[in-house]
Design a protein around this ligand. Structure first.
Ligand code: PEP
Length: 250
């Protein structure tokens, strides 16, 4: 399956820097067998969309609210993101879960709102270091999957991307080894197979995220159950993101 390399720009850059980076990513598409997508701060989505429209690169937001409209000061709805022609949107990033108290139930409602608006959610799951050391990785990620994908039909799942992001590897420079990541990805796929079926489970993209860089991208992306990368820090440096994009498999 064609791998997806997604750049989460988080709360960084300004108009000029977003435009420059988006243009650089657009140029990278020619050298990547994978699909590329970028996730700027929401206020810069129109700027990025203007740079990327008509190119092979997709764009999306880092968060969404699950309500359709109304008195929700500071929030952005899925239909607004659809209006900005977002192809994907990240939900349940560990920073949202940890810093803003986002629950699996909220992640589920956000993902369903995105799907209803025709946007593919990228649902993040992952354990903390303490949970990994306590041998709870499988239980934690399976329970996040159960909550975040509640009530998903097979059709909805087919439009969904999963991102396994061990919290201890995000922004820390510590990457899961290819074997550690592959083991969790294989377990997530098994979970999907049990809940749905083998055919569907084999076609759902499961991205790895957590300190993916130019020098570890190829090993991670060569694992059989890793279908792409969600990249934070390295996505802000055009040269590093280009190297990861080049490591993507078709
Ligand atoms: C992320 O924020 O999703 C992420 C994986 O960050 P980093 O690549 O910086 O670890």
């Amino acid at each position: 399956m064609r791998q997806l390399i997604a750049g989460n720009w988080k709360m960084n850059l300004d108009t000029v820097a977003c435009r420059t980076l988006a243009q650089a990513v657009k140029a990278m598409a020619a050298n990547s067998r994978g699909e590329l997508a970028v996730f700027p701060p929401s206020c810069y989505l129109p700027t990025v969309a203007e740079c990327l429209r008509g190119s092979a690169v997709s764009w999306g937001a880092q968060n969404v609210h699950f309500e359709a409209k109304g008195a929700f000061t500071g929030e952005i709805s899925a239909s607004m993101l659809a209006d900005l022609t977002c192809g994907y949107t990240i939900v349940g990033h560990s920073e949202r879960r940890q810093l803003f108290g986002e629950t699996d139930d909220q992640v589920n409602r956000k993902a369903l709102a995105l799907l209803a608006a025709g946007i593919q959610p990228i649902i993040c799951v992952g354990e903390t270091l303490q949970q990994r050391e306590a041998g709870q990785t499988q239980d934690i990620v399976r329970s996040q999957m159960t909550g975040s994908l509640a009530k998903f039909t097979a059709e909805q799942l087919s439009q969904t991307v999963i991102a396994y992001e061990p919290v201890w590897a995000i922004g820390t420079g510590k990457t899961a080894t290819p074997d550690q990541a592959q083991a969790v990805h294989a377990d997530l796929r098994k979970w999907l197979e049990i809940r749905y079926n083998q055919t569907l489970a084999s076609t759902v993209r499961i991205l790895y995220g957590g300190s993916v860089k130019a020098d570890n991208a190829n090993d991670l992306l060569s694992q059989p159950d890793i279908n792409g990368a969600l990249v934070g820090g390295a996505s802000l440096q055009a040269s590093a993101f280009a190297a990861i994009a080049e490591a993507a498999k078709g």
